[in-house]
Ligand binder design. Structure first.
Ligand code: PLP
Length: 428
């Protein structure tokens, strides 16, 4: 029988990170002890005030405004004005959806340009570009460049006529999977090139509020006319499963924003009603929300530092993360030793680590658009009980530093996993 599938989707796979998560979860369900460092989601509970708001709106079963309720769009606008110093967005040019992932996909669907991705990058952009039938071009970043895009590399793509002007570039800052973030100077320099080539840049800044030293700067400050700001409540407010994200379009890209809003109305209709009302309480970003984020961030920061320190002590190359849940270590120090065991790819190495130590890691190769033989992994340092850790941090208070014993007392599964991993490296 002839296939009904599009030819280019014959081998279309589910999201590699979600697939991996389900595989590890099923191992755990069957009683295997696994330290799951392969899936990045907030370990912390949703702030109590937002949960209350959600419950209070559970009765609301109506379809809502297709762009999102006005009070939410207004709160989003004020939030980005206060937090990022961005005052060029208007509530009329915001689209709220069931996750920023869906909105990025709709944006790709309504634009006819080529798509430029960095490599490594988050697992979803390339499969979304294929689904929306775009040509995809990649710019490889390196450990030496701290996994960041440089103006020179971007310029090369145009000078060699590889990519057309007016393409869409997906720019994740702070980054998943590398934890990298860009300085003001780097953003200024990149903006010159973005402007020169008339790029539409999707600034995926969903990890911005988790910036460990509050140093996040939005690209939209330097390239306002070409930046679509993509964010949501999945990360800083621990609401991934609530499915609410949003896009802010500048006046200059209003046409694209309108088309995304139309596509939204033709596909998902509107984001969930109780979630939108609860999100208003989050986006108002009052003192309760601020304090919650400060606690979450300092715990994540402490854990990230421990991971980097411990892995470096075993010879692993790794850059410290600036935000979020991830680091992207490179285990090339044991390449020859692994080769003598017949292990030549990142995926084979991760299987060996899982078998030898019980630590689950996702290889940093093809899923992140990097070569299979690269020995990088995306390591998510969030396999601890966030409810317990948050309570302990709140008890200590923000005026005092976390004591040295904090991690071993409150984030023990991560400490154990990283210690096992470092020992495994030493034993090769
Ligand atoms: C870089 C990045 N962008 C977007 C998303 C998706 O966020 P949302 O839950 O808003 O769809 C994720 C989630 O993993 C992410 O890591």
């Amino acid at each position: 029988m002839t296939s009904f599938l599009r030819k280019d989707l014959q081998d279309y796979k589910p999201a590699s990170n979600l697939h991996f998560n389900e595989r590890i979860k099923s191992l755990q369900k069957n009683g295997t002890k696994v330290f799951h460092l392969g899936f990045g989601q907030s370990p912390f509970p949703i702030p109590a005030f937002a949960q209350e708001e959600f419950k209070a709106n559970a009765h609301n079963g109506q379809y809502l405004s297709m762009r999102g309720i006005p009070e939410l769009r207004s709160a989003i606008c004020t939030y980005h004005k206060t937090e990022d110093g961005l005052d060029h967005f208007s509530p009329d040019n915001i689209v709220v959806g069931p996750g920023s992932k869906e909105l990025i996909f709709l944006l790709m669907c309504v634009t006819g340009s080529d798509v430029i991705l960095l490599s490594p990058t988050w697992t979803t952009y390339k499969p979304q570009s294929i689904l929306s039938q775009h040509n995809v071009f990649m710019i490889e970043t390196t450990f030496e460049e701290s996994w960041k895009l440089t103006p020179k590399k971007l310029n090369n793509l145009f000078e060699e006529n590889i990519v057309k002007e007016r393409s869409v570039l997906i720019f994740v800052n702070p980054d998943n999977p590398t934890g990298a973030s860009y300085t003001r100077e780097e953003l200024e320099a990149l903006s010159v090139v973005f402007r020169k080539h008339n790029l539409l840049v999707v600034c995926d800044e969903i990890y911005a509020q988790l910036s460990f030293n509050d140093s996040h700067v939005s690209l939209a400050k330097f390239y306002p006319e070409g930046s679509v700001l993509s964010s949501g409540i999945s990360k800083w407010a621990s609401c991934g499963g609530w499915r609410l994200g949003y896009h802010l379009y500048p006046q200059e890209l209003q046409e694209v924003g309108e088309a995304v809003a139309s596509a939204a109305s033709q596909t998902y209709t509107c984001a969930s009603a109780p979630v939108q009302y609860a999100a208003v309480s989050l986006m108002k970003f009052d003192d309760n929300a601020k304090s919650y984020v400060q606690h979450c961030k300092r715990i994540l920061h402490e854990v990230a530092q421990f991971c980097c320190r411990t892995l470096r002590s075993a010879g692993v190359k790794v850059h410290m993360s600036n935000s979020g849940y991830y680091i992207f270590p490179d285990f090339c120090v044991i390449r020859d030793k692994l080769a003598s065991r017949g292990i030549r790819t990142g995926a084979q190495m991760c299987e060996a680590i899982l078998k030898d130590t019980g630590v689950a890691l996702m290889a940093g190769g093809p899923a992140y658009l990097h070569p299979p033989e690269e020995l990088t992994v995306r390591l998510c340092y969030v396999n601890f009980d966030g409810t317990k850790a948050l309570k302990a941090s709140e008890k200590i208070g923000l005026q005092k530093m976390l004591p040295e014993s904090f991690l071993s007392e409150n984030c023990a599964p991560t400490v154990e996993a990283i210690s096992l991993l470092a020992n495994w490296v030493r034993q090769q």
